[in-house]
Ligand binder design. Sequence first.
Ligand code: B1M
Length: 218
Amino acid sequence: MTDYSKLYDAIVTGDHRLAVEVTKAALEANVDPSELIAKYMIPAMNEVGNRFACNEYFVPELLIAARAMKASLELITPRLAETGAKRVGRVVIGTVKGDLHDIGKNLVASMLEGAGFEVIDLGVDVPAEKFVQAAQEKPGTIVAMSALLTTTMLNMKSVIEALQQSGLRDKVRIMVGGAPITQQFADQIGADGYGENASAAVQVARKLAAELTQVTAP
Ligand code: B1M
């Protein structure tokens, strides 16, 4: 693959115009969009996070880097969702209450759509009741939660408890993910699956959708 490292630089420096320009050029050259994400875009956001952690970057820099990342993803995600795969299940996805990070969640949502899932995106800062309501309206759903903060990851547990209290726990499958989440944490809070990244999330969702088919089979 041609070197598109300018995309990395554009995101780290928050240059959204350059990010769009390089992304367009790469897509015109038929570069695999997943490779652009894995090779340049996620490493760029990690670098931004590192610079933030050592006080080299502050919130404004995070915001302009996120704007560049999103500008590029806007061009890429239609390609991810364009596979024409047949419907394999339904996912209700959201970033949990108190948490505004949505880049990873959006990426997971697009990859799931590309894999044939119907995706209902509840957005960010989603309270437990909203997940419950969506699960009520759409039985046989995978409830997918994202969290990026150690302070908000525990809200995933609240959602699981709320689903239990509403009598819906057995009718859905629950998957979790996000930078601070681990398999151990997922097991601790009683989730059914954990995805380390967007492609792992698709594998987990496929497995959970197959389980749901058995649960809802006559
Ligand atoms: Co925030 N932030 N941020 N931030 N931010 C982090 C998460 C942080 C690690 C930075 C750092 O300190 N190094 C840190 C958290 C520390 C902690 O909790 N221990 C942090 C902080 C502290 C904060 C604020 C508190 C800063 C402040 O205000 N002082 C604040 C909190 C706001 C809030 O949410 N209430 C804040 C704000 C922001 C912005 C709004 C400025 C911006 C977000 C913009 C947006 O999303 N629209 C932002 C950003 C950009 C980041 C970093 C730099 C990048 C996040 C990102 O988009 N990564 C981040 C540092 C980092 O992660 N290295 C950081 C790229 C994305 C593709 O990866 O989201 O991990 P990620 O998603 C991955 C996987 O995790 C997984 O798949 C994705 C694709 O591979 N995945 C799932 C995600 N969800 C999944 C769900 C699944 C399965 C897999 O199943 C359901």
